[in-house]
Design a protein around this ligand. Structure first.
Ligand SMILES: C[S@@+](CC[C@H](N)C(=O)[O-])C[C@H]1O[C@@H](n2cnc3c(N)ncnc32)[C@H](O)[C@@H]1O
Length: 401
């Protein structure tokens, strides 16, 4: 307790002049009724500093509010709260043992015996094979020495360049959604190198290992390479003494029919690219022929006499494309475990919106699609993130629990 003089107002006239602290300096004023008189009393330190304490509490609260706001700005937290973010950290090479171990159980199923021609196959997939992983096939040493400086699967850039461009995205959205011992499925995995760079980033940025990868690919030649390359790479991958990543089943299969894959199986399902319908209106003929017709439908219909017909055709063309995207997506959702992430990378815009790309869907399609196609996802989890290629974007969603 601290002794303090308390002020109070009163009629000093009622107090004998000799007891007034002011009596010596001004006896005449001692009779004024407004005169302050002081008396000593004991007060706690809290009471004494109550103003300063209040001010300090106010300052602490204001600082916390400002920091919370800055955090959302700098982490780019435009996403629904269902998504965690991990921080982008290129220096993290240590394996993270704090991730709980998630069993590492293999998911077993048989690959299809026959794969029917898919609706988006127009030239036997030559455009992907041309870029060529052929010199690497059956030559493990050459492959391990050179794959990082080579371009594959229509990427248009080397493995290392592609990996660098995907690092931030995968760190932010794959790492927080996976644990040691988890399983990943890639729909249309090509020769398997998107799966491998994903594993490398999980380890480098999140310290996650012992992940098993699965997938399917329409081209038999590519899936054969995927199986061989992944085996070679995973065998050689250094995991600093932690259990190695593993290869599960990678099948020859069509992404719009994954009936051979059990439902509710994987901790994360992604596709590097949904290959669109090349010729949604089935004009047929050569690529030039049907892309020429599609271009005519899209471009400046006012210059054509049959305006409404062109518009209607463009509408039907887009609906066909959307239905195709939906079938591909529905299969991805089906095989993901409840509550787990489904990620679609590098989505093209509709052909009429970007005639330099192959054709795809609008960003709004995904929200509408959830209702239109009855996707088993949490609509709150839906998120659109810009892609690494010009005018492309990524979509993230979570399966309902
Ligand atoms: C652009 S590549 C991407 C490969 C791999 N996902 C990546 O990101 O590196 C597209 C792949 O999809 C495959 N593909 C196209 N249509 C398919 C379908 N209906 N089912 C399965 N794979 C398909 C192609 O053969 C090709 O390997």
């Amino acid at each position: 307790m601290i002794e303090e003089e308390e002020e109070f107002e009163g009629l000093v006239s009622s107090i004998p002049a000799s007891s007034s602290s002011f009596s010596s300096s001004s006896s005449s004023s001692s009779s004024l009724p407004t005169r302050r008189h002081r008396k000593k009393r004991n007060v706690s330190w809290q009471e004494r500093y109550r103003f300063q304490i209040g001010l300090a509490a106010l300052l602490v609260t204001a600082t916390m509010v400002v920091f919370a706001y800055l955090e959302t700005v700098f982490t780019g937290d435009e996403a629904p709260s269902l998504w965690n973010y991990s921080t982008y950290n290129t220096n993290n090479t240590q394996l993270n043992t704090s991730h709980p171990y998630n069993g590492g159980m293999m998911i077993d199923y048989d690959c299809p015996v026959r794969v029917a021609a898919d609706k988006n196959d127009f030239d036997g997939g030559k455009e992907y094979l041309e870029e060529g992983a052929q010199p690497f096939f059956n030559n493990k040493t050459y492959f391990l020495d050179h794959f990082r400086n080579h371009s594959f699967d229509g990427w248009g850039r080397t493995y290392d360049e592609f990996k660098a461009s995907m690092r931030e995205f995968k760190t932010k959205y794959f790492v927080p959604n996976l644990q040691n011992g988890d399983s990943i499925y890639e729909s249309a995995c090509g020769i398997g190198l998107n799966l491998y760079l994903t594993l490398e980033i999980l380890q480098e940025e999140g310290g996650i290992s012992d992940v098993t990868v699965y997938g399917n690919e329409y081209l038999q030649e590519s899936v054969d390479k995927a199986n061989m390359f992944l085996e070679t790479l995973l065998d050689a991958q250094e995991t600093n003494g932690h259990p190695k990543n593993k290869k599960g089943r990678l099948c020859h299969g069509d992404s719009t029919n994954l009936s051979h894959v059990p439902a509710n199986s994987f901790d994360l399902v992604f596709t590097g690219y949904i290959s669109p319908l090349w010729d949604p209106l089935e004009f047929g003929g050569t690529e030039d022929n049907y892309y020429g017709k599609m271009t005519k439908i899209c471009r400046d219909p006012q210059k054509n006499e049959n305006l409404w017909e062109y518009q209607k055709l463009a509408e039907i063309m887009q609906e066909e494309q959307e239905d195709w995207y939906s079938i591909w997506t529905t299969e991805m959702i089906r095989i993901a475990k409840p509550g787990k992430a489904i990620i679609i990378e590098e989505i093209s815009l509709p052909y009429c919106d970007n005639m330099e790309d192959w054709g795809g869907v609008r960003r709004d399609f995904w929200k509408e699609g959830t209702e239109r196609y009855g996707w088993d996802i949490d609509p709150e989890s839906l998120m659109v993130i810009e892609g690494t290629q010009k005018m492309r974007y990524n979509v993230l969603m979570k399966k309902t629990i």
